[in-house]
Design a protein around this ligand. Structure first.
Ligand SMILES: [Fe+2]
Length: 433
């Protein structure tokens, strides 16, 4: 399972300091802010961390552009009641049938709907989980998120994303991260789109996890992350709308020039994408079901060592070879919140009910595990080496925070499966004294 053909070229590597030029010698030599920049471009710094963040965490990029971003009209608020940080908490296991793509015209920004959240962008602490759906291109409209980073997980349809840094094409079974503040516009080469977004608030950014005893290679390898190359539009007197999500509300400003006029840039605060089929899967070759942290693609760490504000975890196609082992996910109660989605296929822990474009949420200390059919099947299975997860891709956003659920997700979207609890109701005692 690989991504569809991608028309764009990229820089390779995770966390690199890149230099990117759309015109020869368009980056200043030996300094960031010369009196006059090459091609008479404007210099603009985009900071993703505090100026004084430790060098290992410090992220910023210098942009050299035709007009500076500051040239725009004042912001005005836009209504979007579905982008909401109001909600209620429930310990009940939740599962949603696939979310509908609206029949009304909506673009990527208009189709953002918050499902679940914890914390608050104004204090820079927490996260939100959104669903996006869209059937229209963003036309002379750019978006940036003032609140945090978006990790975007397409489930249906490619996203052709023009960013200030260049272009990237993101297919289902790929993900992209667009850090806070970076402007972009989404068009739909395949028609209607649907997918999931994990947003982390504040100055925390995603990183690839430490590998410990695994060694220097494996899981998501750094070279498989790719970043757009500088590419600018030269346009005069064309009206653009700049929309921002600011304190989880939308605001719009107008300007008479494209925001995609960056001729050159250098730095390490960049958008990137990753093809999930490139994940190098590590797992047991002897016995027992290993904790799903072994499948972590990206993590956003809290200040407590080893505790994530959010992990992005996948359940990729692989071999299962464990001996004398109940192979599916075990029954468990977790101090973390687990939000799951399905990109395609069937998830190994649930047979039916969990469909691509749907979701589930298991909150802290809420019990869950394989449903009755999955349990019985694995309990009686002949344990020979077998393929697991072919033609599927399930994922989890796992967080140490307790998530609230919005009224839209819990009530008005009409997708909550009220009988989800019955998935386990038939599990009977097998106790034999
Ligand atoms: Fe779980």
């Amino acid at each position: 399972m690989t991504a569809q053909k991608d028309p764009y070229t990229y820089h390779e590597g995770f966390g690199n300091h890149f230099s990117s030029e759309a015109l020869p010698d368009s980056l200043p030599k030996g300094q960031n802010t010369p009196q006059k920049c090459p091609y008479d471009l404007y210099a603009e710094q985009l900071s993703g961390t505090a100026f004084t963040a430790p060098r290992t965490h410090n992220q910023r990029t210098w942009l050299y552009r035709i007009r500076p971003s500051v040239v725009h009209s004042p912001f005005q608020s836009i209504e979007n009641p579905l982008l909401s940080l109001k909600g209620e908490s429930t310990p009940t296991q939740l599962r949603w049938s696939p979310f509908d793509i609206s029949k009304e015209n909506e673009d990527f920004v208009q189709g953002l709907k918050t499902i679940s959240f914890s914390g608050d962008p104004s204090t820079g602490n927490g996260l939100a989980i959104h669903i996006y759906t869209a059937n229209q291109n963003m036309d002379h409209k750019a978006f940036y998120n003032s609140d945090g980073d978006f990790l975007i997980v397409p489930q249906q349809g490619r996203l052709d994303i023009t960013t200030e840094f260049g272009k990237m094409m993101v297919s289902p079974n790929e993900i992209c991260v667009i850090p806070r503040g970076i402007r972009y516009s989404v068009t739909l080469p395949d028609g209607p789109i649907r997918g999931y977004i994990l947003e982390i608030f504040g100055q925390t950014h995603f990183q690839i996890p430490d590998l410990g005893p695994i060694g220097a290679n494996g899981l998501a390898n750094p070279r498989d992350f790719v970043t757009p190359q500088a590419n600018y539009i030269k346009e005069n007197n064309v009206e653009w709308k700049i929309v921002t999500k600011f304190d989880n509300k939308l605001f719009v400003a107008q300007q008479q020039h494209t925001p995609f006029d960056v001729v050159a840039w250098h730095g390490n605060y960049v958008p990137y994408k990753y093809d999930l089929s490139k994940f190098c899967v590590i797992n047991t070759v002897s016995y027992d079901h290993i904790d799903p942290s072994i499948f972590t693609v990206l993590t956003a760490q809290s200040t407590v060592p080893g505790v994530a504000i959010a992990d992005f975890v996948i359940f990729p196609p692989r071999w299962a070879v464990a001996e004398n082992t109940f192979r599916p996910p075990y029954f468990h109660r977790n101090c973390m919140s687990e939000f799951m989605g399905l990109i395609l296929g069937d998830y190994e822990g649930k047979i039916g009910g969990f469909a691509p474009g749907g979701a589930s949420l298991h909150s802290p200390m809420t019990p869950h595990g394989p449903d009755t059919k999955a349990f019985e099947s694995a309990y009686n299975a002949e344990l020979k080496p077998m393929r697991v997860g072919d033609h599927t891709q399930a994922f989890m956003f796992e967080t140490s925070l307790l998530l609230k659920v919005t009224p839209w997700a819990l009530h008005t979207c009409g997708k909550v499966q009220e009988d989800y609890w019955k998935a386990w109701a038939q599990l009977e005692s097998k106790f034999n004294a």
